[in-house]
Design a protein around this ligand. Sequence first.
Ligand code: SF4
Length: 310
Amino acid sequence: MLYSRSYEYGKDISLTRLSRSERGNHKKIEDTTQPIDILQLSPAELRAFRWSEISIVFQSAMNSLNPVMNIGTQIMDALQTHRPDMGPDSRKQRALELLKLVGINADRLRSYPHELSGGMRQRAVIAIALALNPDLIIMDEPTTALDVVVQREILNLVSALCKEFNTALIFITHDLSLLLELADNIAIMYAGKVVEKTTSKELHNHPRHPYSYGLLHSFPSLHGPRSRMTGIPGSPPDLRDLPPGCAFHPRCPLAFHPCNTVVPALLSPNVDHPGQVVACHLYDSRFSEEPPDTSVLAEKYEALLERSRM
Ligand code: SF4
């Protein structure tokens, strides 16, 4: 289980703090047997922990790979650091195995990053992330810079590999339709805070937070019938100067009296789905007698769309 002060920061900062790639306050990372306080790890322990327990794939593979080392050397470098008992032949064998896993031909072992396409570079970074079979891989917009065909290939690959090796994946993206296909659970963040967290299925069928609903209707679905996109009016707030109360209130079509003064708490609105939590006054019995269902959110967004067309 992962604990961090993630609700107080943006998604990228939350995740880099989770891996202690960035300075700040951190809490514990626990597995079922032994908690690990990453703040207390020495540099040597942290170095050993990072790649074997948690690995990260960033958005731009070109920025993650060393441009003056071929990809084989970069994979073997991770193995040499973390598995010093492995001989050169075994490291090379493992590097070839990893390239095969991510669909790169063995003859590319000696290729430099600039000799590979964008998709191949991202595959190479995924191969390095998988090298030590970590328990968790964090992927931060790993396919944003790629075209949709390569994006689909990479996602299928990641999904299959995580299942095969029983690896958990935290996938950060703005593309909610893609996430609905890939993820078991989704946390939606707005202005650096989680505003809704639930299963993908529940989010897809019954988004509770007005921002989640707006997001879901800002992207066309990958499958299914065409539908009109409503979008979300306005722009995200300046994180240095957040609006008082609910940070989403200036853009929310359902904002009401407490929204511009009281910060909403994360509450569980649904007894059938106790794992689902929402930070919105519409689901807080102190301010709202009857929580709205999805059709009410749809009506309000439709009305907003109509008004914007007038
Ligand atoms: S708390 Fe108010 S402004 Fe914020 S999302 Fe809920 S209804 Fe909208």
